[in-house]
Design a protein around this ligand. Structure first.
Ligand code: TYD
Length: 214
């Protein structure tokens, strides 16, 4: 079956909660899936993640950032994502190439063609069948954040996060069949209902549940 689904959104958009509820639902439906996240998903990629998110690395240039994300992704695709897809699993990935296009490209100022190129190399041009963008104003997302300390990227300015949001909306306009925007300002249940519907649309028929109860 091999279905590859990615989740995207500004920091604090409720992505983790929505993914957790989706995975519960996939368990109930006995859908064989693998859940993974970026940056990370393999031991080497998790080490690169620590370098990327460490607030002590404040001076990192955006090119270094982009290359490290792509390096972590190359590991992740070859060791985790492709093998799972080859086993016929559904792969649910928390962030993928679109995060680089939007964070390092639209918000960070690197040319999108450069990012597309290094990421095609890193992934062997693998693309998700469906990408769900949880859309939320960055001010609201920021206010939702609870106690934990902000990582290096979360400490970027309000303008940076606004560009991230707009970058995702532009991607959805450019690729409307793959990239679907969900209004994440609503209740957890309402958002989850849309998430399940958008996931079910790309699952093989036998795994489409009778309902989309949250
Ligand atoms: P994480 O703690 O996983 O954030 P979240 O739970 O919001 O996904 O940190 C990932 C951070 O890295 C997040 O701020 C987005 C950023 N990022 C990029 O800038 N480029 C990328 O290619 C990826 C995968 C993530």
């Amino acid at each position: 079956m091999s279905v590859f689904i990615s989740f995207e959104g500004v920091d604090g958009s409720g992505k983790s909660t929505q993914i957790r509820l989706l995975l519960q639902y996939l368990d109930e439906q006995s859908v064989p899936y693998v859940f993974t996240r970026e940056p990370g998903g393999t031991p080497i990629a998790e080490q690169i993640r620590r370098v990327l998110l460490d607030p002590a690395n404040r001076g990192m240039s955006v090119i270094t950032e982009a290359l490290l994300f792509a390096a972590a992704r190359a590991e992740h695709v070859s060791r985790t994502i492709r093998p799972a897809l080859e086993e016929g699993k559904v792969v649910i990935c928390d962030r993928f190439v679109d995060s680089s296009l939007v964070y390092q490209g639209v918000a960070g100022g690197l040319p999108v063609e450069f990012l597309t190129q290094i990421n095609e190399m890193a992934t062997g041009a693998l693309r998700p069948h469906r990408t769900i963008v949880l859309d939320l104003a960055p001010e609201v997302a920021l206010a939702r954040r609870t106690g934990e300390e902000a990582d290096r990227i979360e400490r970027q300015s309000r303008e940076y996060h606004q560009l991230v949001r707009e970058g995702y909306l532009d991607l959805a306009r450019a690729e409307p069949r793959r990239v679907k925007v969900v209004d994440a300002s609503r209740s957890v249940e309402e958002v989850q209902k849309d998430v399940r519907r958008l996931v079910e649309e790309v699952l093989p028929r036998r795994f489409r549940g009778a309902g989309t109860r949250p």
